[in-house]
Design a protein around this ligand. Structure first.
Ligand code: FES
Ligand code: FE2
Length: 320
């Protein structure tokens, strides 16, 4: 496991997935995490009771207290045990607590960090611009490694085939050369052109120019300037469940028009459902770092840059 990867922040859920008084169970890097909330405070804990190791996800929440299902130990919002029913008169030791993790809430999503010294949170430029509306979609579960999922997100050449008549047109599959700049901080590709059937909602087909960005090993985004002051951005977050299973969330940002949650989510659900069987079918499951192993062509430039970037970062998870 890459220690470096654990320092990054991962989307664990949408904020509106968490119901008051319910325990949400998620899996990140082969660990079970429970999420629950009391009013505006969100807790992310290891799914393990310190007493006899039973799963806290089987427990219950009452009035901001989480009670283990096995012997009824009660934990407060700081993950500290505050009640041991079988021995109510003992002084509860400080170490009677559950392992808890840092969370960040933003854009109706919740991020978790599993390490003690977290990397900086990846701030997408448009987050700081107040005129952007946003919709979070997902989770999408893919039986594929995180790098395979990201590489598919960066790939435009599949649009006319996998997303025919939605993101591409079968008789115009050509991809012109585009620009890619890589650094330790990530990858930026610009001038990525693709012919689409209905790029601006007016039912007129035409060419679209995307910019693509890799912000961290498992966070990428694409952008499209619809006009001088109108921009569309889609951020793609992959949270590894295990080395070959991924949980994906997307964030759609737009500074123009109306952004309807249901329409955006339905569309994202539809597009992702088209990608899932393809990405799940890819062999080898772990992304090959040896560029000779698969056959790359010019239009794969960004995926080659991504593989080189992972190699440079010494990422050994989800790759081979
Ligand atoms: S295992 Fe949780 S209270 Fe005993
Ligand atoms: Fe796709």
């Amino acid at each position: 496991m890459n220690k470096l990867l654990l320092k990054d922040w991962y989307v664990i859920c949408r904020k509106d997935e968490i119901d008051e008084n319910k325990i949400l169970l998620k899996y990140v890097f082969d660990q079970e995490i429970i999420i629950w909330k009391k009013k505006e405070r969100i807790m992310a804990w290891e799914n393990l009771c310190i007493h006899r190791g039973s799963r806290l996800s089987l427990g219950s929440i009452n009035n901001g207290i989480l009670k283990c299902a096995y012997h009824g130990w009660e934990y407060n919002q700081d993950a500290q045990c505050v009640k041991i029913p079988s021995q109510p008169d003992i002084k509860i030791p400080k170490k009677a607590c559950v392992k808890s993790y840092k969370v960040i809430e933003k854009m109706n999503m919740v991020w978790i960090n599993l390490s003690k010294d977290a990397n900086d949170f990846v701030n997408i430029k448009e987050f700081n611009e107040s005129n952007f509306n946003h919709v979070a979609s997902g989770p999408y579960i893919m039986n594929a490694s995180a790098p395979r999922a990201i590489e598919n997100f960066l790939d435009v050449a599949h649009f006319p085939f996998v997303h025919e008549n939605h993101l591409g047109v079968k008789d115009k599959p050509m991809i012109d050369d585009y620009d890619v700049v890589s650094s330790n901080k990530g990858i930026h590709a610009s001038n990525v052109k693709i012919f689409q059937p209905n790029p601006d909602g007016t039912n007129k087909s035409g060419e679209v120019i995307y910019d693509y960005h890799v912000h961290s090993p498992f966070v990428a985004s694409l952008g499209k300037d619809v006009s001088k002051n109108e921009r569309f951005v889609l951020v793609f977050y992959v949270t590894p469940i295990s080395e070959t299973e991924s949980m994906i969330y997307t964030l759609t940002l737009m500074n123009f028009g109306k952004l309807d949650d249901k329409i955006v989510r339905d569309y994202q659900d539809f597009i992702t459902a088209q990608d899932v069987p393809i990405v799940e079918s890819q062999r080898p499951e772990l992304l090959p770092m040896d560029l000779q192993e698969e056959l790359s062509i010019r239009s794969d430039k960004i995926s080659i840059a991504y593989r080189r970037y992972l190699k440079k970062m010494n990422i050994s998870f989800g790759v081979a």
